[in-house]
Write a protein of this length. Structure first.
Length: 184
């Protein structure tokens, strides 16, 4: 179904661009795509640029996309966690993604490896019980990193993102919030 839809969309987009260029011959930019279709849209002659959107941040929502390959997951630290006998309760956590509530919209524990939610809980506002072998080793003040489901949650709440290559922060870039922009 996706292949047929891509062909139809490419034909429609080309027809629209031809019609617009008949009225505006110096049309310079035709943006198309999104993370899930960026490589297909980029191959269209009618398109001059593509937008990868959330996929640039490699949030977990894209883990199962067959047409998009991620490089490194974005994470946010939980500033507080408590271990030893408390099952790794921690305050603060990643932010749930927009859209219908569900497991695919929740942040997931990423580091230390081996953490998981209590089946009776999830990412909470006050504290989030975490289970697994790594939870037993957490001490007060240890950081737990979570992967976000989508990128907007990061860009809406933080002023900058750190770009990481291997174990090194290679750059720090502003988010739209950091540039003083808001969209709601």
């Amino acid at each position: 179904m996706q292949a047929a839809a891509r062909r139809e969309l490419a034909e429609r987009r080309a027809a629209v661009v031809r019609a617009v260029r008949a009225l505006v011959p110096d049309l310079e930019f035709v943006n198309g795509g999104g993370t899930g279709s960026v490589q297909h849209t980029a191959a269209e002659d009618a398109v001059t640029e593509v937008a990868a959107g959330s996929g640039l941040y490699v949030p977990r929502l894209f883990d199962n996309y067959s047409s998009f390959r991620a490089v490194r997951p974005p994470c946010s630290p939980s500033p507080w966690s408590a271990g030893r006998g408390r099952g790794g309760d921690r305050a603060g956590r990643g932010y749930p993604a927009s859209g219908a509530a569900g497991p695919d919209r929740s942040p997931v524990p990423y580091l230390p490896e081996g953490l998981r939610y209590d089946p009776q809980e999830g990412a909470g506002e006050v504290q989030t019980p975490l289970l697994g072998p790594a939870a037993d080793d957490l001490l007060i003040g240890d950081k737990v990193w979570f992967r976000h489901a989508k990128a907007g949650e990061l860009c809406e709440r933080f002023e900058a993102l750190h770009l990481v290559e291997g174990d090194e922060v290679t750059a720090t870039v502003p988010t739209y919030r950091g540039e003083g922009r808001t969209f709601l």
